[in-house]
Design a protein around this ligand. Structure first.
Ligand SMILES: *Cc1c(COP(=O)(O)O)cnc(C)c1O
Length: 455
């Protein structure tokens, strides 16, 4: 039998409606409110969403349906064999896909996975009484990498990229040493370029006793084809909400499980799921870094991920094959309209172009104008090392018609630049909200009914 946490019936029954501050609306009003909100929002289910680095692919509804089956399991259940078994299966699948030994499903996002793994690295070196206080991170990295390293108490040193958009090995060699704890990298990197020398890089780090960390945000580019463990990495996170079928955006929920090599397993956060004829949540791990969150992880996201993996089976490599094919097709068709900063023959699952040839029109103006043509814009101004960057990730779930349509959109925008630049600098015109002050809008958001009603 399962036990729910106990609370006093009297507490609940003595409450009256007036004691609780609930707004008074009819069901219809609430339905209309949320339906209208959804209609002024953009989503993968509405149209193309090539937001680079975010992997805005179609998330099959069947995975939502399956996750919903688990809605009634409360995290205070003291025993839920089916869920624990499911989570164990997911751990095994992830370990297999990344080529490492042990997994924690607890981190709620990629960034928390990074932070958790860095705490593990810290504990590992403390246990060995090695004083290592530095993390090396390429200049193309996502901002969460240096942020996590700094939160975990490390100094961050940046490694330069070379003119091929890859790690400058000499710079890495100069900066490696006995003070370095971890080298973190995304591969393919945020330029959509695969690090050709990745095995030499991880070997070099190992020679210095440095742990290597694989930021798996771009796992969509290699899933089923390559494994970070085989590239030589010691620790990995995956962003299940990016690669593994959880609709995301606007802050979650997500999941950023980590996988580590056997020698780091004893440091994983608790609880771990152990099996001894029966599954159970095990808090008894003397070397663990401790708890990093409450309960068992974001179950809905984890269920979707397992459903997604199992529905592909050994065909999961098709995800990366089509993601890379779509990106290369789109890149070939768009290259001539922009500056190609690295002129590689091929890209991985995404690519970065520079809009610097349209100055004084900015990448931001181009992105805003695209909205008027009913597509989401690419990521802009990231990675930081490319001037006026447009980062485009079509994903594997788009058809060639959608990609061709996007090329037409880009052509129309270029035509607008040549005919009437004010169409760019004042865009968007056709969206529910016009151009906002980005910084102010995120610091002091003021969603009002007025903006809701504007069609
Ligand atoms: C998205 C992303 C992250 C952070 O992941 P979250 O799940 O958003 O915390 C880290 N690195 C890269 C390269 C990313 O694209």
């Amino acid at each position: 039998m399962t036990n729910y946490i106990e609370f006093s019936k009297e507490d609940v029954c003595s409450l009256e409606r007036k004691d609780i501050d609930i707004p008074d609306f009819s069901e219809l009003e609430v339905v209309r409110y949320f339906t209208n909100l959804s209609r002024i929002n953009w989503a993968v289910d509405v149209g193309f969403y090539p937001l680079g680095s975010c992997t805005m692919k179609y998330n099959p509804k069947i995975n939502d349906f399956i996750a919903n089956k688990f809605n009634d399991f409360h995290p205070y259940l003291d025993d839920a064999q089916p869920i624990l078994e499911l989570l164990k299966k997911l751990e095994h699948s992830i370990a297999y896909l990344v080529g490492l030994d042990a997994v924690s499903l607890l981190p709620a996002a990629g960034a928390q996975g990074e932070y958790t793994a860095l705490l593990i690295a810290k504990k590992y070196f403390n246990t060995k009484s090695e004083l290592r206080d530095t993390v090396l991170i390429p200049d193309s990295a996502h901002g969460t990498n240096p942020a996590s390293a700094s939160m975990a108490g490390f100094n961050v040193i940046t490694i330069k990229s070379n003119n091929q958009g890859q790690i400058d090995i000499d710079d890495l060699k100069n900066k490696l040493g006995s003070h370095v704890a971890v080298f973190m990298i995304t591969n393919p990197n945020t330029l959509g370029i695969y690090e050709k020398n990745i095995e030499d890089i991880t070997r070099l780090c190992r020679d210095y006793g440095v742990l290597t960390y694989y930021d798996g945000a771009n796992f969509n580019a290699i899933i089923g084809k390559l494994r970070p463990g085989d590239m030589g990495f010691d620790m990995v996170h995956l962003n299940l909400h990016k690669t593994f079928s959880t609709p995301h955006g606007s802050g979650g929920p997500g999941a950023g499980p980590i996988a580590v090599r056997e020698f780091l397993k004893r440091f994983l956060p608790v609880p771990v799921i152990s099996y001894n004829g029966k599954y159970r949540l095990d808090f008894d791990l003397p070397d663990s870094i401790g708890m990093i969150r409450d309960f068992w992880g974001n179950i809905g996201v984890l269920v979707r991920a397992l459903a997604y993996i199992l529905s592909y089976g050994k065909d999961i490599r098709k995800v990366s094959e089509f993601a890379v094919l779509n990106a290369n097709y789109l890149r070939k068709r768009l290259k001539d309209y922009f500056v190609d900063p690295y002129d590689q023959e091929f890209c991985a699952h995404e690519f970065v172009l520079s809009a610097s040839n349209y100055k004084p029109i900015k990448a931001m103006d181009i992105a805003k104008r695209m909205l008027d043509y009913n597509v989401h814009s690419p990521t802009t101004y990231f990675p930081l090392i490319v001037e006026e960057a447009l980062m485009i990730e079509p994903t594997e779930t788009e058809t060639i018609h959608t990609l061709d349509h996007f090329v037409e959109v880009v052509k129309s925008v270029v035509n607008d630049i040549n005919t009437d630049p004010s169409l760019l600098t004042e865009a968007p015109f056709n969206t529910p909200v016009g151009r906002v002050n980005d910084a102010l809008a995120s610091r002091e958001p003021k969603p009002t009914k007025k903006s809701l009603n504007k069609e």
